[in-house]
Ligand binder design. Structure first.
Ligand code: FAD
Length: 325
């Protein structure tokens, strides 16, 4: 029986990075509780991921094989997760706070009659009680939360938990599932996945973002910087840039966009409004390039460059290229 159970999200035929983050954290918690770590994977293609998860300390991978689970559907996935949690009775259940996790965690918690600590940036144990720390009031403070009832459920913000390899000879257990079609439900008719191959903003290790200061939809300087940094880097935008139609909404960082936690965030021509900071203020290192020395972004930045981005970024890229070559 697993004391801790994580949900391994599959997207575009791959395990999401959050699965490795949760497995690594789950391993630590399970060791402290003196029990096993389980991982749940849904869909017919799930079994192939078991060896990968075992490398991050998972003892048993529960593969819920059913054609009902081949495509994400809120109701059937919540039914499936609630079913396995009820059967295996873990003390702690962890999900990623991804787009899917934001939907699945509260629905599953509601079915189980328990609470969920959403969007945690750290997890710890106080005895056997799970304590989740989560930012509140657009990142102005962090609060520690616990849930009542059993199991204790939390979702963790992508990119904040450390990935640690800890080889295990993980077992695979297949779990059958058939959706309860008596429940009011809906079907997913079409799934429009981003096929650009671009790394998801919430999982990117480096983000180069542009704001109104870009002056138009030509973000090629920023695309070039991201390309120099490599495949774990991507381009983001402020809402002003998105509202102007220069970038798509999926690129927006901030309160009404995505919350990101990269190792490096480079803000170009972004003033640093409270709503933008709410989405990127937890980045590990922040670099700001802005021609206004009074721009609020500099109060949050670790490194600031005051200047015209159209002069600074080409020089920056040249220097970066020679450093990283
Ligand atoms: P501006 O504030 O106009 O800043 C542009 C900056 O570019 C300035 O600091 C200027 O000095 C600099 N600049 C101009 N030209 C150059 C140049 N050539 N070189 C260098 N620097 C230059 N915003 C978000 O980003 N994300 C959100 O999710 C979000 N959600 C919101 C939700 C609500 C409910 C509300 C009310 C607002 C929200 N906003 C959000 C909008 C937010 O308040 C700001 O309007 C927005 O972040 C401003 O974007 P910006 O910094 O690109 O533009």
């Amino acid at each position: 029986m697993s004391k801790v159970m994580i949900y391994g999200e599959i997207k575009g035929g791959k395990l999401k990075k959050t699965a490795y983050e949760l497995a690594s954290e789950g391993r630590k918690l399970a060791d402290k509780l003196g029990g096993d770590l389980g991982a749940v994977i849904m869909g017919s293609a799930g079994e192939q991921f078991a060896p990968e998860l075992a490398r991050y300390g998972v003892d048993t991978v529960y593969v819920m094989e059913s054609s009902d689970l081949d495509t994400y559907n809120s109701e059937t996935y919540a039914q499936a997760l609630a079913k396995i949690v009820s059967e295996k009775k873990p003390e702690i259940v962890l999900l990623g706070h991804s787009m899917q996790g934001k939907d699945l965690a509260p629905r599953t918690a509601a079915k189980l009659g328990i609470g969920v600590i959403a969007d945690c940036v750290s997890l710890e144990l106080d005895g056997s009680t799970l304590v989740g720390t989560r930012p509140m009031y657009a990142g102005k403070c962090n609060a520690k939360w616990v849930t009542l009832g059993s199991p204790q459920m939390a979702s963790a913000r992508p990119n904040v938990l450390e990935v640690v390899e800890s080889a295990k000879a993980g077992a695979v257990e297949k779990v059958s599932f058939a959706a309860d079609t008596n429940r009011p439900t809906y079907t997913t008719k079409d799934l429009n996945l981003d096929t650009s191959g671009k790394v998801d903003l919430t999982e990117a290790e480096i983000i180069v973002s542009g704001g109104r200061g870009m002056g138009g939809n030509d973000f090629s300087l920023l695309e070039a910087m991201a390309a120099i940094f490599g495949p774990t880097a991507t381009v983001g935008a402020s809402r002003a840039a998105v509202d102007a139609g220069w970038r798509s909404h999926s690129d927006q960082v901030g309160q009404t966009g995505k919350t990101v936690t990269p190792n490096l965030y480079v803000a170009c021509g972004i003033s640093g409004s409270i709503q933008h900071l709410a989405g990127m203020g937890s980045s590990k290192v922040i670099v700001a390039i802005n021609k206004d020395p009074e721009a609020p972004i500099f109060t949050k930045a670790d490194y600031g460059i005051v200047g015209d981005l159209f002069k600074v970024v080409p020089e920056f890229n040249k220097e970066l290229e020679s450093l990283l070559k």
